[in-house]
Write a protein that binds this ligand. Structure first.
Ligand SMILES: [Fe+2]
Length: 248
């Protein structure tokens, strides 16, 4: 069986998948100069044009908000969004763009949600990520308190948290607690590592993915996203009928 699985994941589709079926991308770093994504307005426009060419009709861009590292907030995200919208209009590029954020679950996160000023999108969706190094000791309480307040939590790229690879029950617990999973589409190409690719495929096999996101930061990611369109597993994910992207 394993040999067939390997063949399946290494062969490519002959025709690219049309990403317009997803309609909306809900994870990217396109606001210029405020995180590790687009460094300038020109780069933002170049990346957005690339996403539009792939078929996306709407983008919800999600700058990092992380402790002392990326101290972003509504105060700089919204003016950045307006800057992009003005430039898109000027250049006659037709795509809808909104902004939210990607919150790191760190020691400063609790104060952020207790201030009552989290940036969400759609159905009170809140995009969060964990550290890549270790599990935060308080995530269960944080998520519970947020859910009481009506937030629908989306965990960004669950396939990238290697400390849980040998403890799959953690992922099952998250799902049991109603946490939605957003896969980075480019994980399917092996962009991050072969282990990340395998986890991405496992989540798809188990129908645990609710959103597909580009997590676009720069042109290298864009190229990986173009390549991801040839992955059988992306086709399988889209055909699962479970993705919520088009409802945003
Ligand atoms: Fe991200």
């Amino acid at each position: 069986m394993q040999i067939f699985k390997n063949l399946f994941s290494s062969s490519k589709l002959t025709k690219p998948i049309d990403l317009s079926v997803l309609k909306t991308d809900m994870h990217s770093h396109l606001i210029p100069g405020i995180d590790d994504g687009a460094e300038s307005l020109d780069k933002s426009i170049e990346l957005i044009t690339g996403l539009a060419q792939l078929g996306y009709q709407k983008l919800i861009t999600t700058p990092h908000i992380q402790g002392d590292f990326y101290k972003n907030s509504r105060q700089n995200i919204l003016p950045g969004l307006e800057q992009i919208r003005r430039e898109l209009k000027k250049q006659n590029i037709s795509i809808q763009i909104d902004a939210a954020a990607e919150y790191l679950i760190d020691d400063q996160f609790e104060a952020k949600y207790k201030s009552g000023d989290l940036i969400t999108f759609g159905d009170k969706y809140l995009l969060v990520e964990f550290s890549y190094f270790n599990e935060h000791p308080n995530w269960k309480r944080f998520f519970f308190e947020l859910q009481i307040e009506g937030f629908n939590i989306i965990l960004a790229h669950p396939e990238r948290y290697s400390y849980w690879y040998r403890n799959f029950s953690k992922y099952e617990e998250l799902k049991d607690r109603g946490i939605l999973f957003q896969l980075n589409t480019i994980s399917l190409t092996g962009y991050y590592s072969i282990e990340v690719k395998k986890m991405a495929e496992t989540f798809i096999d188990k129908e645990m993915i609710d959103f597909a996101g580009s997590d676009l930061h720069n042109l290298i990611y864009l190229e990986a996203l173009q390549n991801a369109r040839f992955e059988h597993y992306l086709e399988k994910l889209i055909n699962s009928g479970k993705l919520l992207n088009a409802k945003l």
